[in-house]
Design a protein around this ligand. Structure first.
Ligand SMILES: *Cc1c(COP(=O)(O)O)cnc(C)c1O
Length: 564
């Protein structure tokens, strides 16, 4: 417990997230949500914002992606050893679930930044001798299993997490829910404050929803319906019967099923979307709530390639703490920018060669596309018309690198991976394209720094924010993206990158618009006007890097959401 002592007196904010990307070797994340949580940890350390993070330990990770000779995705457990990176804490709490106690014990991971500022992260574990065999596996697989498994995980995270913080001695004033997964924590708070304030004369069904709202911040992350967890009340009643009486529960979380987003909206006093457009979309989906917007950012130090980091250390010495200062990157010299980029690109080329056998040509531009492989991200849009794509490559040779995982139950996403791999074989010899398996922090770092153009083709308005393009921009990689999520705020056409299509146009035109832009503007510029290309690289670093970083994001959460 001494390990926690430095944090206990000053930490009054708890950040709950199903996943958190702390380091590549710790498989406690699946994708963008976890990366954001990890960048949040890192910025809290830099800015000395005292927050304790709570997530699941996920002993078997999300999954390890393997691509077979037919180009299909297969999933394997992605085990990691918590004892290598974390310390086991002594405290244990139980949650009564499905008729028996589920015991929870935390691992403590301490993130320490370069100034030796530290942030504690509690990773919840149910793999304990005290637990029934089924319960021991609850914290194994991130987003794995069926609805019952997921509900129990969310009970462990939300209810267990709050109890654990209390048992460890934290006095938390503000609970930040990173997505709806942890919304059950609000129910635990409701119960807690009711017992505390009730006197014999009080109506004992009166929960103090207002008091809970005072203490909860909710960040919603997706306008995609399937992204909002819903559980049948029968399942909820089976797991935690009478935890909160059913009429109250239904009034907070929906009549038909327990909707975790609805519950979080009702129990949070500050609600935000992750970009301006996303906040507007959320406002339309859930009228009656005030939806603020705090646009996501990325942790500059984490995502900047070492060659650029060295350059920034000399030219913009304060950039690590104060990425706003990257505005001065417009004054960097063309030669240094080009040299740094070439170094990042050759790292990518080595990585692609080692992981796929595909040999990229350093003289040709690389278009990078790495996404969760799922419907609304439209991973096949670039490949809508292979002949057109080959025509473009005939005029202006280029190369493509693709990466991304599909959730094991997302058949369309898995189909898209197989199709892309089929097309890659078909185009061999005419257009070099590689599919890099196992999209992870490490792969993302190589890709976002080493590509020349970063492509994003979501179906508007479904991309809540998107963050990989921010990482790319920090490395002088130019975004070519549909106007959705963060890109609406960052795109200065022909200056910081390019848009695909126009606001409000027909998304069916996006493929032809993408081809037109790629052909006539992006690749043409690459070959015909390297001076202007480099100026755009500098402007991407300066205008995007100075703004779309998690330092700015956390200062806003601190002043607008935490210090209400
Ligand atoms: C940054 C990142 C994401 C999120 O990127 P999007 O642009 O939101 O798709 C997902 N996975 C990994 C590994 C990342 O590094």
């Amino acid at each position: 417990m001494e390990l926690l002592e430095p944090f206990l007196p000053r930490t009054h904010i708890a950040y709950f997230s199903m996943e958190v990307a702390l380091r590549d070797e710790m498989h406690t994340y699946a994708g963008g949500l976890g990366i954001l949580a990890g960048d949040t940890v890192r910025s809290c350390a830099d800015l000395e914002i005292p927050v304790v993070f709570v997530a699941l330990v996920s002993h078997l990770g999300y999954f390890r992606q393997m691509i077979d000779t037919e180009g299909r995705q297969h999933e394997a457990p992605d085990a990691w050893d918590a004892s290598r990176w974390c310390s086991k804490l002594g405290a244990m709490v139980a949650v009564e679930c499905d008729g028996r106690p589920v015991w929870i014990r935390p691992w403590l991971y301490i993130h320490t930044n370069i100034q030796q500022h530290s942030i504690p992260v509690l990773l919840l574990d149910t793999d304990l001798d005290q637990n029934a065999a089924d319960d021991r596996s609850l914290t194994n697989r991130l987003y794995g299993g069926d609805a019952l498994y997921r509900l129990k995980q969310e009970i462990v995270l939300g209810i267990g997490g709050v109890r654990l913080l209390r048992a460890l001695g934290f006095e938390i004033d503000t609970y930040h829910l990173n997505e709806g997964h942890a919304a059950l924590l609000g129910l635990e708070l409701l119960r807690h404050w009711k017992t505390k304030s009730s006197s014999p004369s009080c109506d004992d069904t009166a929960y103090d929803v207002h008091a809970v709202r005072e203490h909860c911040v909710f960040t919603t992350h997706t306008p995609v319906e399937a992204g909002h967890d819903c559980f049948p009340y029968a399942l909820v009643e089976r797991c935690v019967p009478g935890f909160i009486d059913l009429p109250t529960l239904k009034s907070l979380s929906g009549e038909d099923a327990l909707n975790m987003t609805r519950l979080a909206l009702n129990l949070a006093g500050y609600i935000n979307g992750v970009a301006r457009r996303h906040a507007e979309t959320t406002q339309r989906m859930f009228p009656g709530y005030q939806i603020h917007s705090i646009t996501n950012g990325v942790h500059a130090q984490t995502w900047v390639h070492p060659s650029f980091a060295k350059l920034f250390d000399i030219a913009v010495p304060q950039w690590r703490h104060e990425p706003e200062a990257l505005l001065r990157a417009v004054n960097l010299s063309d030669e240094t920018i080009a040299t740094c980029h070439q170094s990042a690109k050759s790292d990518l080329i080595s990585y692609v060669r080692d992981s796929t056998g595909v040999v990229l040509d350093p003289r040709l531009p690389v278009v990078g596309f790495a996404r969760r492989m799922t419907g609304y991200k439209r991973p096949l849009l670039l490949f809508t018309d292979v002949e057109a794509l080959l025509d473009i490559a005939g005029r202006h040779p280029f190369q493509i690198v693709v990466a991304g995982k599909a959730h094991p139950l997302d058949h369309d996403g898995k189909q898209a991976i197989a199709e892309i791999n089929g097309l890659i074989s078909r185009m061999r010899g005419k257009l070099t394209c590689a599919f890099v398996p196992e999209y992870s922090m490490q792969v993302a770092k190589a890709l976002v720094a080493g590509a020349d153009v970063w492509l994003n083709t979501p179906m508007p308005p479904l991309e809540a924010s998107g963050t990989s393009g921010m990482k790319a921009a920090l490395n002088g990689v130019l975004n070519l993206s549909v106007l959705d999520g963060w890109w609406i705020e960052a795109c200065m056409e022909g200056e910081t990158g390019w848009s695909i299509g126009a606001p409000g146009d027909d998304p069916r035109q996006h493929a032809s618009e993408l081809y037109r832009k790629l052909d006539r503007e992006v690749l043409r510029l690459y070959y015909d006007d390297s001076l202007r290309w480099r100026r755009m690289m500098k402007q991407a670093i300066a205008y995007i890097g100075s703004m779309f970083n998690s330092q700015r994001m956390m200062r806003r959460y601190a002043s607008e959401a935490y210090l209400r």
